[in-house]
Design a binder for this molecule. Structure first.
Ligand SMILES: N[C@@H](CCC(=O)N[C@@H](CS)C(=O)NCC(=O)O)C(=O)O
Length: 220
């Protein structure tokens, strides 16, 4: 099985962390959607990551579809989403906010990477920042009751999706102007993310310098 994409992508990283937590081994194809767009497009016609190439050659695209496939492989007892019922609904609520915030952060980064300063849509960027801030406020409240994880005693996809989104936020602060929860705005979220990042699966899937979203000489 091969996971396509770099760990700087919050979507690729949530899949990689999940596979590691579940003990599902995978090879990596470190193609970048920026530098290797044609290679990625040969695997996923949308030219997007993550894509998971299964052993039989089937390609699963989109992190939510991949995570659903992984949960199906390990079965309901080990799945990272709870079975149908209120905990699953709560988990999806948190996952959707974390995933949606990651999409808005990526949109903000692309305003910098794909457009000149004159072309940037400032009102749109401000709107994206407001959307991320609103999601972070709700997620911080949810994290206040984490014991130790968002849904109680067991790590779920909600913890993984939110922590990988925040990890990305920390790497793209110069492009988004949104501070990491560690700066004191979102203390409960900061504690939850620190707990996640201390887990071996998160450390194993932390992006190396060669897979960072912004170039070292990035200027906002
Ligand atoms: N909803 C998708 C989002 C994937 C996504 O936006 N990936 C980015 C990299 S972080 C990408 O492939 N961007 C290139 C593009 O959209 O053209 C998922 O959850 O997998």
């Amino acid at each position: 099985m091969k996971l396509v994409g770099q760990f700087d992508s919050p979507f690729v990283r949530r899949v990689a962390v999940s596979m590691t937590v579940l003990g599902i081994p995978f090879e990596r194809d470190r193609s970048s959607v920026m530098r290797n767009f044609e290679d990625v497009s040969k695997i996923n016609p949308l030219g997007r990551v993550p894509a998971l190439v299964l052993d039989d050659g089937m390609v699963v695209v989109d992190s939510n579809a991949i995570l659903d496939w992984l949960d199906g492989e390990v079965g309901p007892k080990r799945a990272l989403m709870p079975p149908p019922g209120p905990p699953r609904t709560k988990c999806w609520h948190l996952v959707a906010l974390g995933h949606g915030a990651a999409e808005k952060l990526v949109a903000l980064v692309y305003e910098h990477l794909m457009r000149t300063p004159e072309q940037r849509a400032v009102p749109w960027m401000n709107r994206c920042r407001g959307q991320v801030d609103a999601a972070l406020a709700v997620l911080d409240q949810a994290a206040e009751g984490a014991d130790p994880w968002l849904l109680g005693g067991r790590l779920t996809q909600a913890d993984i999706t939110i922590a990988t989104m925040i990890g990305f936020l920390g790497m793209v602060e110069p492009a988004t102007g949104i501070a990491h929860p560690d700066d004191g705005h979102w203390p409960h979220l900061a504690r939850l993310v620190a707990r996640c990042e201390a887990e071996p699966a998160f450390a194993t899937c932390y992006p190396p310098e060669s897979e960072r979203p912004l170039p070292p000489d990035f200027k906002p």
